[in-house]
Design a protein. Structure first.
Length: 370
């Protein structure tokens, strides 16, 4: 792309930056700050209730705060609706929107003949946290997105294939990114009573499709002094999360949500193995971060995870005994596990570099300059 051509780019549909929650926010931050560093005017819309400090700029990005309804089914839509009406008057060249749930609102931008790119994410309608009507809405939104005159982006070849086969609509594949990193200050683990290589790790939301309860139950059957560390939690009280919190085993440590990047780095870089239980969605940031940190990864055996992990780790089925056997294998063959982890890190360096990701987005912004 011609670097002399500078654009105004509005990023909508996430909770905002700095990233504090999930993949959309991290993607918005990593893409946005790199675009800003290249001289583009980047506007990021943030949920007012999540950012009490209200910074005007962050890493070169201009931040705009708008409210959202405090009701789970409408949090995203209400904020995106306000963001769209706010941004129409700012006349951005590109509108980068995340989350296929926002597709019914895009007609407003398209009515004004704005260039819109929509990152569809994964199969939200398969997540247990949504009601019957919620799942129907996500499926409708996915269908509608394929009928709109905007560019559609998938961060997974599996997601791309699904949309193209089911709806006959071409999608662009642009990967998610990750940073290869190594331990710098393992003493940070001491505050949690942890030592390097003495614990298994899982970082996830406490939802059935992420299988943290399966991980705990599998680990509890092992005869080992190692620990199992869960980082994460649930934004809403559920029966499933209550089962996790009720587990009584002194080897299991539930640390809650942790956003400090230094602590997360040390937890990842020093774990014996990382358990990735996610079975719904596209390319998962937690999986990429684990691979980038040199973790040996045991991943739930689904196409999304195999697409990313390839031969850089191990896989387990949705079965307590199967996962328990794989955890026991790690305890017995830690050196072999480390060799597989090295393959995983190489995969990240070759295929999931953030600078390459941003270059792909720029090509879509103005294909005539690429």
């Amino acid at each position: 792309m011609n670097s002399a051509k500078k654009m105004r780019i509005a990023i909508l549909g996430t909770r905002g930056v700095p990233a504090r929650y999930g993949g959309f926010e991290t993607c918005a931050e990593e893409i946005g700050k790199r675009l800003a560093a290249k001289g583009h005017d980047v506007l990021v819309y943030c949920r007012k209730g999540l950012y009490p400090e209200k910074k005007k700029e962050y890493c070169g990005m201009k931040l705009i705060y708008l409210p959202e309804l405090k009701w789970k089914p409408l949090e995203t839509l209400s904020h995106t609706f306000l963001s769209i009406f706010n941004t129409v008057g700012k006349r951005a060249d590109i509108y980068l929107v995340f989350n296929v749930a926002n597709s019914p609102l895009l007609f407003i931008l398209l009515l004004f003949k704005r260039k819109v790119l929509l990152n569809v994410d994964g199969f939200e309608w398969r997540r247990s946290k949504w009601s019957y009507l919620g799942k129907k809405y996500f499926k409708f939104s996915a269908w509608l997105a394929t009928k709109l005159s905007c560019e559609l982006i998938a961060d997974s070849h599996e997601i791309k294939r699904y949309y193209e086969e089911k709806y006959g609509r071409r999608l662009h594949y642009i990967a998610y990114g990750a940073f290869p990193q190594s331990s710098r200050n393992p003493s940070l683990l001491a505050q949690y009573g942890l030592d390097p290589q003495e614990y298994f790790l899982q970082i996830t939301r406490f939802e059935p499709e992420n299988n943290p309860l399966l991980s705990i139950e599998a680990f509890m059957g092992l005869e080992t002094e190692k620990k199992f560390v869960l980082v994460g939690g649930s934004n809403y009280k559920t029966h499933y999360s209550a089962q996790i919190y009720s587990v009584k085993d002194k080897r299991i440590k539930i640390l809650g949500f942790i956003y400090n990047p230094d602590i997360l780095r040390e937890l990842l870089c020093n774990c014996l193995a990382y358990v990735h239980g996610n079975e719904v969605g596209g390319t998962n940031p937690a999986l990429l971060n684990a691979m980038a940190s040199g973790c040996f990864v045991l991943a739930r055996d689904v196409p999304f995870n195999r697409e990313v992990l390839q031969v850089g780790g191990g896989y387990f089925g949705k079965d307590i005994n199967d996962l328990r056997e794989k955890l026991a294998w790690v305890l017995k063959y830690s050196q072999e596990a480390k060799k597989l982890a090295e393959r995983g890190t190489r995969i990240i360096k070759e295929h999931y570099d953030w600078n390459s990701v941003v270059s792909e987005y720029e090509k879509l912004f103005n294909p005539n300059d690429s």
